[in-house]
Design a protein around this ligand. Structure first.
Ligand code: K7E
Ligand code: CUA
Length: 665
């Protein structure tokens, strides 16, 4: 066994060297003749198989070389976003979004970031964590454009906007009429809207109603957040919502190309179960799975825009809401039955088909947009209890593809295949699409391969996967359980991202990346060269939240401390600069009870020359990237001698980058 494996290993390595060495083995970069023996010795010593060796060669990114793709993954209930290089699977950054992040000085006193986080408060109550599920890159003509990233918070029904010029969160919006969300963020093909679909129904507008009024008062609500690209912000005034029945809408996806202007959402509680296991009712898990069919929600948002123009909406908590009755009667909302308790809904790259993962059904159900259009035009007399037109399943289904146990989410490649995550099978199922996607003569709508993954895969992400032109090459399996894949670290296990090569005839598992933080749900993967982030901020004195020069920026040579009185209270305002390796000034003296406004500018222009401002005892920390200005504002409510220092190891004399903050009793 061992010797035959060694022979194969040797064959693989000599192939590699032959192809790398090629016909001109002369340059200094060419592998030396000694390499195969070295490599073979290492492979043997480490017990690597030929597959291990090709996987290593496909994922290794040498020092100084950069990854081809960037994966933006939700950080789940860490409330953050993970930025990961592909194929190396190296963690590049953790972006603070709904949760304060101390390294970036996000939410530890810096005024701009405190204001961003305050956008997510509910009736003034701070909410300092989130359950991020679905990151969505901004799109232009259905292609990722590398400008912005959006992500939802399922726990509190919120949406965040991240600017990819500096990878920082700029805006958090609290949904004014819902307490939980799920099917979002997803963008329309030109990022006209960022969609936030609902999850668990509650009374519309965050009102109170007892559960025995569920059918009358509880509702789902889908939000279309209008995005102002020039400002880099969502504009709530131009945003709107559509009221939905209380069917627990799940994933949503935007139509594109032929289906641009439409949105599709699943649901999984058309039973309208309200739980109450303690009172002898069926538990939610049984109550929501009773019916054979739930409803695919088919929403015409262009039509909704016309209805808004006509003024057919109500304003609830400051948000324009198209009521359910209007949506049902005016060509905005249609239903199509879908096999019970579906989960993912994923539109094909050209927008022709809508693929629904069955969860409790071994099939994915493929709906045809063309057939939906015909059925809508033909009309239907069938209505759900809320008056929403229900199309006939046989009129709108193109195919049902049997894949196995627990199909959840589907992504696509450039060759006409879908890749579906199989939660119960712990596998990725590759299957052939039909229609315009089938150009290679292979049988359409058929399972072609299944690759085991480890374990309990949830979402799956593909290179440029949600665009109108996926790249193929890679998919990443976002596995919920890792069980035995990593060195044990206690009962709470990391999740496992598995990188899979899909460029060949057969899928190949390449790499396991432990995720030791939150529970990622979805991820999107963009070609790295589409991202054009700042290397340093464009001007000294830059306000990173406003993305412009800060009028209060401290300037070199104009550093100062001013004291004034407002309503009989002493205000101490400081303009300070930071540069390797000192703050200027270094001594700040105030009196207990003073209100302190402290501006600091990092005047560096060198790439990576970040400083920070850590003030012990006051829960204050700012990160100041080259050119950045930050402001903290606080009451000097503790007397004593405090030190402030730069917590970023910026130079040989970094430990000397310090100052005294003296608060006189
Ligand atoms: Cu997109 Cu986890 Cu929110 Cu499926 S969900 S896994
Ligand atoms: Cu600046 Cu350390």
């Amino acid at each position: 066994m061992r010797s035959s494996m060694t022979v194969v290993v040797l064959a693989v390595l000599s192939l590699f060297v032959a192809s790398c060495g090629g016909p001109a083995p002369k340059t200094a970069q060419t592998p030396q003749a000694g390499l195969p023996e070295d490599a073979l010795r290492i492979a043997q010593a480490r017990g690597l198989t030929p597959d291990d060796i090709t996987a290593a060669l496909k994922t290794y990114v040498p020092s100084g070389k950069l990854d081809e793709y960037i994966l933006f993954a939700s950080g789940g209930h860490s409330g953050q976003v993970l930025v990961i290089g592909v194929p190396s699977m190296r963690l590049l950054k953790v972006i603070g979004v709904f949760t304060p992040e101390p390294w970036q000085g996000y939410g530890y006193g810096e005024k701009g970031t405190m204001e961003v986080l305050a956008g997510g408060t509910l009736n003034g109550k701070p909410i300092l964590w989130g359950d991020t599920h679905h990151p969505a890159l901004s799109e232009t003509n259905g292609e990722y454009d590398g400008q912005f990233l959006f992500i939802n918070d399922k726990a509190n029904a919120r949406l965040a906007v991240i600017d990819l010029r500096d990878f920082e969160t700029k805006q958090i919006l609290k949904n004014p009429n819902a307490i939980s969300d799920h099917g979002g963020g997803f963008v329309t093909p030109n990022t006209e809207y960022v969609i936030e679909g609902p999850q668990y129904a509650t009374p519309l507008g965050l009102e109170y109603a007892p559960l025995n009024e569920y059918k009358e008062k509880y509702r789902g609500v889908i939000t279309f957040w209008a995005f102002d690209r020039a400002r880099g912000r969502v504009d709530p005034a131009r945003s709107f919502q559509i009221e939905l029945p209380p069917y627990w809408q799940d994933l949503c996806d935007s139509g594109k190309r032929v289906s641009d202007g439409w949105v599709f959402c699943n649901s999984f509680n058309s039973e309208m179960a309200t739980g109450g296991i303690e009172e002898g009712n069926p538990p939610f898990e049984a109550g929501t799975a009773k019916n054979e069919m739930d409803y695919l929600h088919i929403i015409n948002w262009k039509r909704a825009e016309e209805i808004l123009q006509n003024g057919q909406y109500e304003t609830i908590n400051g948000m324009r809401v198209i009521r359910l009755k209007t949506a049902a009667q005016s060509g905005i909302l249609f239903f199509a039955p879908e096999p019970k308790s579906p989960h993912g809904v994923d539109v094909t790259p050209g927008g022709e088909y809508i693929v629904v993962g069955g969860k409790l059904d071994p099939h994915v159900t493929v709906y045809s947009f063309e057939k939906i259009q015909k059925a809508v035009a033909a009309g239907t007399s069938e209505r759900d209890p809320y008056g929403v037109p229900v199309l006939k399943l046989e009129d709108v289904v193109e195919a049902q593809v049997e894949l196995g146990l627990g199909p959840l989410h589907t992504v696509y490649d450039e060759k006409g295949y879908g890749y579906t995550s199989m939660f119960l099978d712990s596998a990725v199922a590759k299957w052939s699409l039909g229609g315009p996607y089938r150009k290679d003569g292979k049988e359409p709508w058929k399972l072609v391969e299944k690759l085991p993954v480890h374990y309990n895969i949830g979402h799956i992400a593909a290179a440029e996967g949600d665009t109108v032109s996926p790249d193929g090459k890679y998919v990443v399996a976002l596995n919920k359980w890792s069980v035995d894949r990593f060195a044990p670290v206690g009962p709470l296990h990391p999740q496992n991202f598995q990188l899979i090569d899909i460029s060949g005839e057969k899928m190949q598992l390449l790499y396991d990346m432990p995720i030791g933080l939150g529970e990622p749900h979805y991820a999107q993967m963009i070609k790295a060269d589409k991202l054009k982030p700042f290397e340093v901020y464009p001007e000294v004195g830059w306000n990173a939240v406003k993305m412009s020069k800060d009028p209060n920026a401290a300037e070199p040579g104009r550093e100062r401390v001013e004291v004034r009185f407002e309503n009989g209270r002493r205000i101490v305002e400081i303009w300070m600069t930071a540069v390797r390796s000192h703050f200027y000034p270094e001594r700040i003296t105030v009196k207990k009870g003073d209100h302190v406004i402290w501006h600091i500018t990092n005047i560096e222009r060198a790439r990576d020359a970040s400083h920070s401002f850590a003030l012990g005892g006051y829960n204050i920390h700012m990160s100041l990237e080259p050119g950045e200005t930050g402001t903290v504002e606080f009451d000097a409510d503790q007397s004593g001698v405090f030190t402030f220092y730069c917590a970023e190891f910026c130079s040989a004399l970094h430990l000397e980058m310090v100052g005294y903050f003296l608060v006189e009793p």
